[in-house]
Design a protein around this ligand. Structure first.
Ligand code: DX5
Ligand code: ZN
Length: 218
């Protein structure tokens, strides 16, 4: 069983609440929240106030992806706005254990995000302390980019390490996921999939989600 996490970055922001309700009804498992600061990534999206506004509209887990410098400063805000998962970039955290502990101290499940070029071994020492790894299959900053196939090798390496050690860590993939690109990722061991444009650019969201799910569960 795989989980699908539509990214609201690709939603129509003029009716964001309605969009969130629609993908929940259409069968989404998590809601993916892309937070960008214009420093860590070359784009600005939205902050905790926006998440706070949509939180009451959905019962689904909110999966908050912080693409920001100095995430420690904002973790409390996102925890209080109702995050279920908060993921931080290994590239943005010089004191990663401290950041992970801070996320957990608010009762939120912590995860680490890894950019396409970052060696996956760099996060092996922290796997036992986290609930989730988010592997980027595009360089973060924008929706609608093309999937980078060379990351699939890293999914397999990570999945082997998690299975060898017996950790309970989910592997989530983010960037360019559609009914084709999901297939090698599932084969390599990923279980959770972010999809922005492949869901929100389609009129029929239920159909878009079930196409991706069927391809992933074949
Ligand atoms: C990229 C974001 C992704 C992105 C996914 O910086 O982290 O979550 O919005 O969008 P698609 O599925 O369009 O690549
Ligand atoms: Zn994301």
């Amino acid at each position: 069983m795989i989980k699908l996490a539509p990214s609201i970055l690709a939603a129509d922001f003029s009716k964001l609440g309605q969009e969130v309700k629609e993908v929940e009804q259409a069968g989404a498992d998590w809601i993916h929240i892309d937070v960008m600061d214009g420093h860590f990534v070359p784009n600005i999206s939205f902050g905790a106030v926006v998440m706070d506004a949509i939180r009451p509209l959905s019962k689904l887990p909110f999966d908050v992806h912080l693409m920001i410098e100095n995430p420690d400063q904002y973790i409390e805000q996102f925890a209080k706005a109702g995050a279920d998962y908060i993921t931080v970039h290994v590239e943005a955290c010089p004191h990663l254990h401290r950041t992970i502990q801070l996320i957990r101290s608010y009762g939120v499940k912590p995860g680490v995000v890894v950019n396409p070029h970052t060696p996956i071994e760099s996060i092996f020492p922290i796997l036992e302390d986290i609930d989730l790894v988010l592997l980027m299959t595009v360089n973060p900053g924008f929706g609608g980019q093309s999937f980078i196939p060379s990351v699939v090798k890293k999914i397999k390496q990570l999945s082997d390490e998690i299975n060898d050690k017996g950790y309970a860590v989910e592997i989530e993939i983010d960037g360019g996921i559609n009914e084709e690109t999901i297939v090698p990722c599932v084969e390599a061991g990923a279980t959770v999939f972010v999809a922005g444009s492949a869901v929100f650019n389609q009129k029929n969201r239920a159909q878009a989600l079930s196409k991706i799910r069927e391809a992933g569960e074949k």
